[in-house]
Design a protein around this ligand. Structure first.
Ligand code: SF4
Ligand code: SF4
Length: 170
């Protein structure tokens, strides 16, 4: 199965020599996501429970290479399968009270995406609060870029790219 194969390949990559820098960045990334979590949960609590068209039902998102690389290197709980079982399917991790996955086990897009209502809510926040969130999002973006670069440079995989499961398959 593609999901299992991709994660087995990632496991080998992350066990490889020279991944110390990537591992360090992954742990920094975990901290940066944790720091963002309260603001994101606050926005979600104010908007998602009464949402008539939850984005998780229609979003065509999946866990990508940087998401899984981060999870493997920082020891996050790995989801049991890719988000959607097939084309046209909703995310399998959406429950009655929202997402079942801890933030660090979700695709990054699920954290950075703010729907129009959430953006409107955020505009009502104080400047400091908004700045903190914007800086937090930027920090995660930079760390993800650095993480992939460090893994590509130091992973010693001989230039082979780990096959990634995309929108389908489990
Ligand atoms: S993020 Fe916005 S669109 Fe998505 S479920 Fe929450 S309120 Fe609805
Ligand atoms: S992983 Fe969670 S936040 Fe992302 S689409 Fe699925 S239910 Fe929504």
């Amino acid at each position: 199965m593609l999901w299992a194969e991709a994660n087995a390949a990632l496991l080998r990559l992350c066990d490889g020599e020279g991944m110390a820098r990537a591992r360090e960045l992954a742990h920094q990334l975990a901290e940066a996501l944790e720091a963002l979590d309260p603001a994101m949960e606050r926005l979600c609590a104010a908007t998602c429970p009464r949402c008539l068209e939850p984005c998780c039902l229609r979003a065509r998102v999946w866990l990508d290479f940087p998401d899984l690389l981060f999870m493997h290197l920082s020891g996050q709980a790995l989801p049991l399968a890719q988000l959607r079982a097939g084309r046209g399917e909703a995310c399998r991790y959406l429950g009655a009270k929202g997402c079942h996955l801890p933030r660090a086990s979700r695709p990054w897009v699920c954290t950075w995406y703010l729907c129009p209502e959430q953006k409107a809510r955020m505009r009502e926040w104080g400047e400091e609060e908004k700045k903190e969130v914007e800086q937090g999002l930027e920090r995660v973006r930079e760390l993800r870029t650095g993480l992939v670069e460090a893994a590509s440079k130091d992973g010693g995989s001989g230039g082979t790219r780990t096959p990634m499961p995309c929108g389908t398959g489990s």
